[in-house]
Design a protein around this ligand. Sequence first.
Ligand code: SF4
Length: 361
Amino acid sequence: MSQPASPQEALLFWFAENQRDLPWRHEYHPYQVWISEIMLQQTQMDRVTIFFRRWMEEFPDLKTLAAASEHRVLKYWEGLGYYSRARNILKTAQILASEHQGTIPGDRKLLLSLPGIGPYTAGAIASIAYNRDVPVVDANIERILARLLNIDLVPGSPAAKKIFWSKAEELLPAGQARNFNQALMELGALVCRPKNPDCSACPLTLHCLSLKYDIIAERPVPKKSKKIIPIDMATGILIHQGLLYIQQRLADDVWGSLWEFPGGRMEKEETPEQTVVREFLEETEFEVRIESKITTTIHHYTRYRVTLHCFFVQLTQSDSDPVLHAAQDFRWVPFEALQEYAFPAGHRKLISFLEKAGFEI
Ligand code: SF4
């Protein structure tokens, strides 16, 4: 069969034949499209499909979600990272439940006024859920456009953003936004990948300028690579009368409202043990001593590599009520109950380590 004439036709034809079977593609329900799009920001598709199914069992619709506690929502987000996304989902659900009769709007402007919804997500919901003629641009689509149209701008700059959005709008075939935008995303994920694009399987070979000029490796124009910043932290698990101490972080930071064991960043010339003792005193006014070393975990957050030194600690005082200076709440819980709380990834790794080691009090 000869290849269809325009890049739009070629791409739509390819998408019809090659799209993956994803749970939110069955009905294109706006609630499901919205949740999938937020989950897909910063998280791989394989993980998202697992989390998405779990989420839909717990929060099958917007009304159920709007009535849920933040604690429950964060628990179901645990493992996806970037927890502000989960907090914004809950805020948005509550706004939509009280001000929009519990429906997700299809209007781009209205979508942009909601917490956690930027130009990409607004475009994705308007086009994928409602098939409105609204373009989308993310890093995947920037890469395809840069290669296809030979755009020699560094993605991320204001000038480049303007060009990519206007090109995406120009290319969008009227009445086909749902499939066309998804086709671009799918092509970026499966064929026109960041490294080693599979041009032999691409429906756009006849139209691709970078292929024609043999400059694919130079498109998009590479950004200067950012340095990985190492951070050393230490934390302590305090056990008292068979229970573990956990505290809930203040609401307004990056891991706001998640639970944790006290600890923090090591100061200059401090040992991890000294950090733990100091942090307990500063955060809880507990005086503790180190009992034993547990493990060291390493976790990567965007540009940071966090090394977390973990210890068991004991109280050296009789009073077991903390004075909270860096948390909004605390609990003394049995080890098994930790599963009910949402922890940042480093602390969750520590809990998994203890489970695997057969830890018992
Ligand atoms: S021909 Fe190759 S570089 Fe061009 S859009 Fe297709 S996969 Fe990407």
